[in-house]
Design a protein around this ligand. Structure first.
Ligand SMILES: CC(C)(COP(=O)(O)OP(=O)(O)OC[C@H]1O[C@@H](n2cnc3c(N)ncnc32)[C@H](O[C@H]2O[C@H](COP(=O)(O)OP(=O)(O)OP(=O)(O)O)[C@@H](O)[C@H]2O)[C@@H]1O)[C@@H](O)C(=O)NCCC(=O)NCCS
Ligand SMILES: Nc1ncnc2[nH]cnc12
Length: 292
């Protein structure tokens, strides 16, 4: 098997993207979000709907990988991916019966799949993020001019949202969630807690338009304060950190708010981690290509 083969590369990258969505979904306990314990603040989503949504996106990510394979970032590529992404949004809505489960993830993971495919799957984290940012900065002339939850709160609260996060090459993944994940592992924390800490580092720092739209500024301030407290107490593995995680969950319920944007960026972080680990292993020739 050879990752330089376009068919293998598309299956590999789409497989990593869908797995990242499933890993995010299964991570438990997450504040306000759907997980294995409960549906958080969501009355129109649950684990099986979100699993269907994640699986429905496999073909979307495969198509994005195919058009990007060995290409250069360009406006044409950006518009091809956006077209495939809009079709993917329709697949998602069909799978969920009309609920928005993964719109932000189609955007962020789609750009990252495209970036990874440009390098045929062999790329380290910072270049993967930089190239995804370069693709995002090209204009999509066909983007629908619609009022979205994100566009409303971005104007109201003068914050950045999903588009700017990507155009800036995912600074919250680069500076917060990925280092938190890697340093947790290096300190010997179990994988679940390292991932939860990565999510908490996003909640502490990101202006999540999903929280702002549902709960307003107060919800975002409360979420960021409690998430910072968890990090200051040493993370979710400490008893104080775990208690504060429970307070953060209660606060999300009080505001009926959910960190959906942070969840998407956690999935994106897990994708970047998987691709860069794979790339390292190939470089060190530790990986048996036949097992991919
Ligand atoms: C550029 C786009 C991402 C569109 O962005 P915009 O901000 O205009 O649109 P939104 O509809 O608000 O979606 C953005 C979603 O991105 C996630 N997100 C939020 N904040 C951030 C952030 N700071 N950084 C990164 N990502 C962020 C978040 O997604 C999650 O939340 C979704 C649920 O949210 P919502 O629909 O608001 O749901 P509810 O609270 O339940 O509201 P109601 O149902 O009550 O109304 C969930 O999907 C999570 O994924 C934001 O929601 C890009 O999508 C775009 O260009 N779109 C145009 C169409 C297109 O071309 N698409 C193809 C692109 S490849
Ligand atoms: N686990 C989750 N729960 C609710 N919304 C989400 N958007 C992305 N992941 C989510």
């Amino acid at each position: 098997m050879d990752i330089n083969d376009i068919q293998i590369c598309k299956r590999f990258l789409a497989g990593c993207a869908v797995q990242a969505l499933i890993d995010e979904l299964r991570l438990t306990p997450k504040p306000g979000l759907v997980d294995l314990n409960d549906t958080g603040v969501h009355d129109d989503l649950n684990v099986s709907i979100m699993m269907r949504s994640a699986e429905s996106l496999r073909e979307t990510f495969e198509k994005m990988a195919v058009v990007s394979f060995n290409e250069e970032p360009s406006q044409t590529l950006r518009e091809e991916i956006a077209y495939i992404g809009r079709q993917g949004e329709q697949e998602m809505f069909q799978a969920t019966g009309g609920t928005n489960s993964h719109k932000g993830a189609i955007w962020s993971l789609g750009l990252l799949v495209s970036s990874a495919s440009i390098y045929r799957g062999h790329v380290e984290a910072s270049q993967l993020l930089e190239t995804a940012g370069r693709i995002a900065r090209f204009e999509d002339r066909y983007v629908p001019q619609e009022v979205t939850n994100g566009s409303v709160v971005k104007r109201k609260y003068k914050v950045n949202g999903a588009r700017e996060e990507a155009e800036l090459a995912f600074p919250h993944i680069k500076h917060f969630s990925l280092p938190t994940l890697l340093s947790g592992r290096a300190r010997g924390i179990n994988e679940e807690d390292a991932r939860l800490n990565a999510l908490i580092s996003l909640i502490a720092n990101l202006d999540d338009t999903c929280i702002l739209h549902r709960g307003g500024k107060e919800a975002l301030i409360d979420a960021q304060r409690l998430a910072n407290l968890i990090l200051a107490s040493g993370g979710v593995s400490t008893s104080e950190g775990f208690q504060t995680l429970s307070n953060l969950n209660s606060s999300m319920h009080t505001h009926n708010a959910s960190p959906g944007g942070c969840a998407d960026l956690l999935a994106a972080t897990l994708f970047v981690d998987r691709i860069s680990t794979y790339s390292d292993q190939v470089m060190n020739k530790k990986l048996d290509m036949a097992i991919i």
